[in-house]
Design a protein around this ligand. Structure first.
Ligand SMILES: NC(=O)c1ccc[n+]([C@@H]2O[C@H](COP(=O)([O-])OP(=O)(O)OC[C@H]3O[C@@H](n4cnc5c(N)ncnc54)[C@H](O)[C@@H]3O)[C@@H](O)[C@H]2O)c1
Ligand SMILES: [Zn+2]
Ligand SMILES: [Zn+2]
Length: 345
């Protein structure tokens, strides 16, 4: 089969690869129909993710058709159409029983990281019963690819942890696919204001179309003052960090209102300053989370009932044969205006 393989920092290739086999009774082999590229895949290609070693097939998102199942799989059979969660969950360990699938002691985020992933014609899914989701009949499969990772990430790590409430004021720092997913799902709770902050005017335009009430380009270094002015010097009830660099987390620390929540989503590779000298008396909460994907079944229903349309995040489409072009488009988003790219296997 064809597969996209990480070959070490800065090196990648579309290669001929052996088809995966069932190795545990709880495994399924899934034929990929559609997959996509995540910002995290770009981090891996730069060599930022040491758990992912050269030779690994990348990808942790996608929809497909079950090809084969191991003898212990009871919820799926060959021919079933499925959504693949970016998180593999055994369903039995201490963390899984607490619905913290991301910390599953033998699973978690392993797909396209510690085991081969979805940017290929076939993928082996461990713990298939608890890591795959049946696709409802008539569902738009392309839209559902957004439910493997970014929609639950924006919702669980940003909106739920940030305690977005009816009438509240929200700021989302970072208007990439994850920040936009937080923007779409924050609207379930009818906040009064959602202020999007980014350096890229095109992404801020998109945010306005997706329901942001205001946008701030932070390139001039005045975003904090602008947000404080917009909120009558109060700040925001929820500040969601969706970039993953010190400057944007520190911005959240400066714009959070007394009693507010800072919900971090970004993956941080560097030390970030926590300004307790300014925050100690402000009754705030700070949360961090690796997406658990526990909200996938709920998100399915919101897509089916057209409460949200994740398809709006898709800007480009490619065949698996042209996945290197897909990486180019996704990696040069400022130029290509790419958000999510669909890759058809
Ligand atoms: N916690 C989790 O489970 C989880 C899951 C998936 C992704 N993530 C992380 O979420 C983050 C966002 O993901 P994404 O795919 O949307 O990334 P992305 O790189 O596509 O988007 C980031 C956005 O931030 C903007 N930006 C960069 N520097 C900025 C600055 N100084 N001020 C304001 N905006 C700035 C960029 O213009 C871009 O639009 C990443 O760190 C990613 O690794 C976390
Ligand atoms: Zn991802
Ligand atoms: Zn587990």
């Amino acid at each position: 089969m064809k597969a996209f393989v990480y070959r070490g920092p800065g090196k990648k290739a579309l290669e001929e690869h052996a088809k995966p086999e069932i190795t545990a009774p709880t495994d399924a082999i899934v034929k990929i129909v559609k997959t996509t590229i995540c910002g995290t895949d770009l981090h891996i290609l730069k060599g930022d993710v040491p758990t992912c070693q050269p030779g690994r097939i990348l990808g942790h998102e996608g929809v497909g058709i079950v090809d084969k199942v191991g003898p212990a799989v009871t919820a799926f059979k060959s021919g079933d159409r499925v959504l693949i969660s970016c998180i593999s969950a055994c369903g039995k360990c201490e963390y899984c029983r607490k619905q913290m699938y991301s910390h599953c002691t033998t699973g978690g985020w392993i797909l396209g990281n510690k085991i081969d992933g979805t940017q290929a014609e076939f993928v082996r899914i461990p713990y298939a019963d608890t890591s795959l989701y049946p696709i409802p009949k008539g569902a738009d499969e392309e839209a559902l690819v957004m439910l493997s990772d970014i929609l639950p990430t924006g919702f669980e790590c940003g909106v739920l942890n940030g305690k977005v409430q009816p009438g509240s004021t929200v700021a989302i720092v970072g208007s990439g696919p994850v920040g936009l997913a937080a923007l779409l799902t924050a609207q379930f709770f009818s906040p009064a204001e959602i202020i999007m902050i980014d350096l890229d005017d095109n992404r801020l335009e998109t945010a306005k179309r997706f329901g942001a009430t205001a946008s701030v380009n932070s390139a001039d270094g005045k975003a904090v003052a602008t947000v404080m002015k917009m909120t009558g010097n109060r700040g925001v009830d929820t500040a969601i960090e969706a970039v993953g660099i010190p400057a944007t987390f520190e911005m959240c620390e400066k714009i959070v209102a007394p009693g507010g929540n800072i919900a971090n989503i970004g993956v941080h590779g560097q030390q970030v300053a926590l300004h307790l000298e300014c925050l100690w008396d402000r009754n705030i909460s700070i949360t961090t989370r690796l997406v658990d994907t526990v909200t996938i079944p709920m998100l399915f229903k919101t897509v089916a009932s057209h409460k949200i349309d994740p398809k709006r995040l898709i800007t480009h489409r490619f065949k698996l044969d042209n996945i290197l072009d897909a990486y180019d488009a996704f990696g040069n988003a400022a130029k290509t205006k790419a958000l999510k790219v669909i890759i058809e296997a």
